[in-house]
Design a protein around this ligand. Structure first.
Ligand code: GAL
Length: 688
């Protein structure tokens, strides 16, 4: 067994380094079927499953009445799993509440924006994060669980809550307790000075001035700064609730804690949570339709993986949920075609996940998610296509255990910031311009296609280690972000800022002195007006040095820029835009600050990224990669792993330099032939 220091990072869970393979396991729904419970761990072993997330929605089974705890069933589950070598991420069961709690204390339920409190049993991700009773009872049940299982040999770590935020407006409760908390939170932020808040929020507009703190209520869409701060406050409530759950665990257990992020990552500010976790997890359900759009889905899935990694500071993370079969919520729930499950799974390992987990191990016979594809469908025979594919992946993951703990080198960063996403969604106007997430996905794409590692990070991240930083549509400037960008450039990075960035400050007011606010000096320019182009329109470009490639044109939007002190590398050229700068560069320290003053088509964006990578000294992880094949690298101190993926129906071949072997078979490789949707993991030494 390798020593800890032989790996780039500590293992995400205690014990030997390994790839986790498993998923949500809800035995509390099968307590009346002991033969099923007995069979589960045996079948898990057969499927190469070594991990189970237990008890996520089991509060009612653990505490059927206030202060009456039933642990016998859970003891049996933990023991049986352990006997088959399956480790447990034990959940704090707080994502759904027992009916007795919600009926005795309706205030634990969330109040919607329209003032309606949810009924007991309505949906699941719906607590009031600030309810004292909710907090107290959560701490009690977690305390009892942690005390009982901290020393259990099956315990790998703690699965805190489940998908905080959850349903549509699940991140924000509008009850009186939350609103009163919001006012206190604002008083602290504005030092109790209401006049300061009025000025910062520009409430002179339409006579919106507040005369007392009590007049502040979330919900008025015309006061944008109010709603932005309401998002921040609600996010802080979730972070506080997570801290409470972790503290209750920590009274008894030092095992790692994680929580599963989900969806578009924008229901709350993940960075507020990420610092509390030992590693982050993500739940991913790409919609694969068997059509050319599937490649976009594979990329989007990779982008979310890169963001989960970025939020966790670059360390390994865990794909906590995925579907081995047909996800029932999809618009077109299709079976995964041959190879698709394996490719999607290994693409996450390639992005730094130290494992692949599912929702769920065994589907229930009833309830809303009975038709959601699981490894086992109810009590049907296990001899199924899905089970066989899962078992094959289990063997692969066991064969890749040397990869666990590996770093995921990322010389580039694409900034996507939740506060910009909120601000753009709350902002009136600009509705036909790209949103931050769509822009960040689009800018990450050419890096992914080219085999270049890129983290997705937010505007609070330390950027010092990156050689290329792309800032697309980062509409709101977080405090210190402009300084961090300049520090990165000074340290040698190429920093590209686009004209949809740096529009508003922390208080949602337009940046002082005109766009791009505090970045004017570093970029050597100021921007004046943005033109929203029609869909059928483009503006020709003059690009003498070929930064943008053949056929480049400005599309979607174009900015009028005045350059004071920067090189103008390309210009817009038509009767109206007669020579307006389009792409500029100002050298700063050992690097440079670049400004892009228009939207680009995907092929032009890819060309510019390629040139910027060359400027930044960044090369693909494998030379001579044919178009269409995706390559991602993970590294250990003593060797490198490259995952080659072919997310298309057409076969492809990759010629390799010397020194590569198949990571699963050990066979030396000079060339890899990939069928459609095939994946091959290579292992090689560092060049001497
Ligand atoms: C996840 C959730 C699971 C399950 C799954 C179905 O978002 O965490 O509990 O509902 O979706 O796709």
């Amino acid at each position: 067994m390798p020593h800890m220091t032989d790996r780039a990072h500590p293992a995400i869970v205690p014990g030997p380094y390994r790839m986790l393979h498993g998923g949500d396991y809800n035995p509390e729904q099968w307590l009346h079927r002991p033969e099923v419970l007995a069979e589960d761990p045996v079948l898990m072993r057969k499927a190469g499953v070594n991990q189970a997330s237990v008890g996520i929605f089991a509060w009612a089974a653990i505490e059927p009445e206030r202060d009456r705890f039933e642990f016998a069933w859970l003891d049996g589950v933990m023991d049986r799993l352990h006997a088959q070598g399956v480790g447990v991420l034990l959940a704090t069961p707080t994502a759904a509440r027992p009916r007795w709690l919600a009926e005795a204390h309706p205030e634990v339920m969330q109040t919607r924006a329209d003032g309606r409190r949810q009924a007991p049993g309505e949906w699941r991700h719906n607590p009031c994060w600030s309810s004292p009773v909710m907090r107290e009872r959560s701490a009690v049940v977690i305390d009892r669980l942690a005390k009982r299982y901290a020393g259990h040999p099956a315990l790998l770590g703690w699965h805190i809550n489940n998908e905080y935020g959850g349903a549509a407006d699940g991140a924000r409760c509008h009850c009186d307790t939350c609103v009163a908390g919001f006012r206190r939170w604002l008083q602290q932020r504005y030092d109790g000075d209401l006049e300061r808040l009025n000025r910062a929020w520009w409430t002179g507009f339409w006579s919106h001035q507040y005369q007392s703190w009590e007049q502040i209520r979330p919900g008025d869409a015309t006061i944008e700064a109010l709603n932005l701060n309401w998002h921040r406050y609600s996010s802080a409530q979730i972070a506080g609730f997570c801290a409470l759950e972790i503290a209750a665990v920590r009274r008894h257990s030092a095992a790692p804690v994680t929580t599963n992020l989900h969806g578009g990552l924008d229901q709350y500010d993940i960075r507020a949570l990420a610092g509390q976790l030992d590693f982050p997890s993500y739940d991913s359900y790409p919609e694969m339709h068997g059509s050319p759009g599937d490649r976009d889905q594979v990329h989007h899935h990779a982008w979310l993986g890169a963001a989960t990694r970025g939020f966790g500071g670059g360390k390994p993370w865990l794909l906590m949920e995925s579907c081995p079969s047909v996800p029932q919520y999809h618009r077109l729930p299709r079976m995964k075609r041959a190879g698709v499950h394996r490719l999607l799974s290994l693409s996450m390992v390639a992005e730094g996940s130290d494992g692949v987990c599912y929702f769920q191990w065994r589907a229930g016979r009833g309830g809303m998610e009975k038709l959601h594809g699981a490894v086992l469908m109810q009590d049907a025979p296990h001899d199924s296509r899905v089970f066989r594919e899962v078992a094959v992946l289990g063997r692969d993951l066991a064969g890749l255990s040397a990869m666990a703990g590996a770093a995921t080198p990322s010389p580039a960063a694409v900034v996507w910031d939740v506060e910009s996403e909120w601000a753009r969604n709350l902002n009136s106007g600009l509705s036909n311009l790209p949103r931050p997430r769509a822009a960040a996905v689009a800018w990450h794409r050419p890096l992914w296609e080219a085999g270049i590692g890129a983290d997705v990070v937010d505007a609070t991240a330390d950027l010092a280690a990156y050689r290329l930083v792309v800032v697309p549509c980062v509409f709101l400037l977080r405090p210190g972000f402009a300084e961090r960008l300049q520090a990165a450039a000074n340290a040698g990075a190429q920093v590209l800022v686009d004209g949809l960035s740096a529009w508003v400050d922390h208080d949602f007011g337009c940046v002082g002195g005109g766009r791009p606010g505090p970045l004017r000096g570093a970029l050597g320019l100021r921007a004046e007006e943005v033109d929203h182009l029609r869909e059928d329109e483009s503006v020709p470009v003059e690009d003498p040095a070929g930064w943008l490639g053949a056929g480049a044109a400005a599309v979607q939007w174009a900015d009028r820029v005045h350059v004071a002190d920067a090189e103008v590398l390309a210009r817009l050229r038509d009767r109206f835009y007669d020579g307006t700068p389009l792409l500029t560069r100002k050298r700063l320290g050992a690097g440079a600050m670049w400004y892009l003053a228009s939207g680009l088509r995907p092929e032009t964006r890819a060309h510019l990224m390629h040139r910027l990578c060359t400027e930044a000294g960044i090369a693909p992880c494998l030379p001579g990669l044919p178009a269409g094949v995706i390559a991602r690298e993970r590294t250990q101190p003593d060797r490198r792993f490259i995952t080659l993926m072919n997310p298309s129906d057409a076969p492809a071949s990759v010629s390799l330099p010397t020194g590569w072997t198949d990571a699963l078979t050990g066979a030396p490789l000079a060339r890899v032939d990939l069928a459609g949707w095939d994946v091959r993991v290579l292992s090689g030494g560092w060049p001497s």
